[in-house]
Design a protein around this ligand. Structure first.
Ligand SMILES: [Zn+2]
Length: 249
């Protein structure tokens, strides 16, 4: 029910120029924009007669100011991830401060953070740009690791692909010799990728998680249990890592 007329004073939650906004209609002369503590929520107060399109143009004109202002607050862990200013992204176990730009889709890394560019100021587009960056990162690293692991185990897959996977870190279709890896592995320390790749590679020889499979895993990666536990622990933490403020160190 978008843009239901609201007769009450509570205001309505709308998205204007890409920003989630609390819009208040009041007997005022002009549109005012405020960014509020504790998490940088945007509140727009507008005259009852101003068309929403006009309000949106005003908000769009303040985009740079809003991004900078919102970035001074910690992100609200209770709201939806926007892949925007003030949030964080994980890369190979490091947490990087995010900056967003409108431009050719892609990621560039700086001293202190990550610049995430997308064609429009739309969180879904930024999410897609980040995913495609993660996919390339995992593909590159996995291709570097593979010859090492193949030499060690005598196993090599017919194909290795990186994709978005909802519930798994990797899969192995041992009859086809195909290994798939999750692009999310780019978020975790590099040892986690080594572990998952080795795990899937060993499934080419041992399809199940039986005794022989684990014996081989222990032989080629003695600390595989610690790495696997770390991956699962970090996965629980990473659900909110984009929003947390860093620990003072
Ligand atoms: Zn397995």
């Amino acid at each position: 029910m978008p843009n239901e007329p609201t007769a009450n004073n509570a205001g309505e939650r709308v998205t204007l120029a890409g920003f989630p906004v609390l819009l208040l209609r009041r007997r005022v002369r002009r549109v005012t924009i405020a960014v509020l503590p504790p998490f940088g929520a945007v509140r727009v107060t507008a005259p009852t007669s101003t068309p929403t399109g006009e309000i949106e143009r005003i908000v769009a004109g303040k985009r740079a100011w809003l991004d900078a202002k919102i970035a001074t607050f910690p992100a609200d862990p209770g709201r939806e991830r926007r892949y925007g200013e003030g949030e964080y992204a994980l890369l190979w176990g490091r947490r990087l401060r995010l900056h967003s730009r409108v431009g050719a889709p892609g990621v560039s890394l700086t001293q202190e953070g990550m610049i995430l560019s997308a064609r429009s100021d739309d969180p879904a587009r930024r999410a897609a740009a980040l995913e495609s960056f993660y996919r390339k990162e995992v593909q590159n690293e996995a291709e570097k690791l593979l010859p090492v692991l193949s030499r060690m185990t005598g196993l090599s897959p017919a194909s290795l692909t990186v994709r978005k996977m909802a519930r798994r870190w990797g899969t192995c279709y041992h009859r086809k010799g195909a290994i798939h890896l999750s692009l999310s592995l780019a978020e975790y320390p590099p040892a986690c990728l080594s572990y998952v790749l080795l795990h899937e590679l060993l499934h080419l020889r041992y399809p199940d998680h039986g005794r022989d499979f684990h014996a081989a895993l222990d032989r080629y990666m003695p600390d595989n249990r610690e790495v696997s536990a770390t991956l699962n622990r970090l996965q629980r933490l990473s659900a909110s890592a984009w929003a947390e403020t860093p620990d003072p160190e």
